[in-house]
Design a protein around this ligand. Structure first.
Ligand code: FE2
Ligand code: FE2
Length: 312
């Protein structure tokens, strides 16, 4: 199938492994899926310490389930990427460990305190949900299919994040203050979740034409602001003065001054050139190395020699 045919047939879930797709489509979809899968894994690493650090058994169980979900999302997406025939799952995991793999800006920052956790589990997962809901209409059927399960589970993650947020927001004065400080620190990063404005986005047009993306960065950021600014205010959080945001009747929602955000830091992050993020990559690399023996054993048990030895 040539690119013009792909564009003319780019409906939701139109293409699957049975189609002979052009290289541009397969590499574009692989880049998008690999980024998404890497982000699921790296997000899980940020939250993993809270399986221990959460203040109650219920919270520990919830974090344990969430971290397992996120790792599972990563694996599903690596499989959906692998089906494009460009890279294997092992290649993509190796690229993540050696610092070549790219992932979401928010997961390049460290998260050390309990009162920061709703910034990921409520706001970042909430932002992710805005994007992921649109990906159920991706033209790559394995991607859209993976999103059915992922979005279902993300719904629980957001409820969990909101419950931690509510508890802190209605807690002691100290908890409220720490929550507000965490919000001020994370808010600009969360706003950058959707990336640069559409006019600066290099891949958007192609991805939209072939149906891999069905909404632009600007549309998604707008949808996020319209629903999450009121949610933050509902829990007593004060929206920081910078970056400037105002409500515009004519625009039908909140308008963000993009130039108030630190794009230099953002673009350093997109090149894996930001120090805290490098620590996260090293953590991931060490974890991958630590379980290398499991992979080797599984590969050995799959080999023809092993099958022959145990094959009676
Ligand atoms: Fe996820
Ligand atoms: Fe999640």
């Amino acid at each position: 199938m040539d690119l013009a045919t792909v564009e003319s047939r780019a409906e939701p879930r139109a293409f699957s492994p049975k189609h002979d797709l052009p290289e541009e489509y397969r590499t574009g979809a692989t880049r998008m899926l690999q980024f998404h899968a890497n982000s699921e894994i790296m997000g899980a690493y940020l939250e993993k310490p809270f399986i221990r650090q959460s203040p109650s058994l219920d919270r520990k169980l919830a974090f344990s389930a969430k971290v397992q979900d996120e790792i599972g999302h990563g694996q599903l997406l690596y499989r959906a990427a692998e089906a494009l025939g460009v890279k294997t799952r092992e290649q993509m995991l190796d690229e993540l460990a050696n610092g070549e793999g790219k992932f979401l800006n928010c997961f390049h920052y460290e998260m050390t305190d309990w009162w920061e956790t709703p910034m990921i589990a409520f706001f970042v997962d909430g932002a992710a949900m805005k994007r992921q809901a649109t990906l159920k209409n991706s033209s790559w059927e394995p991607y859209a299919h993976a999103m059915d399960k992922i979005c279902f589970e993300e719904g629980f993650h957001i409820k969990h994040g909101e419950d931690v947020l509510r508890e802190l927001a209605t807690g002691s004065k100290r908890e409220q203050k720490l929550l507000q400080e965490a919000f001020e620190e994370w808010w600009p990063r969360i706003l950058q979740f959707f990336g640069p404005t559409d006019d600066q986005s290099t891949h958007h047009d192609f991805m939209a034409k072939v149906g891999l993306k069905t909404a632009s960065n600007d549309e998604l950021r707008q949808a996020f602001l319209n629903s999450y600014v009121p949610k933050a205010e509902k829990y007593g959080l004060e929206i920081p003065d910078e970056p400037r945001i105002h409500y515009d009747e004519d625009a039908g929602g909140y308008v963000l001054e993009e130039d108030d955000l630190d794009w230099e830091e953002f673009f350093a992050i997109t090149k894996n050139d930001y120090e805290p993020g490098l620590n996260q990559i090293d953590t991931r690399a060490a974890a991958q190395e630590a379980v290398e023996w499991v992979r080797t054993s599984l590969d050995a048990s799959d080999s023809p020699a092993a099958a022959a030895a145990g094959g009676d």
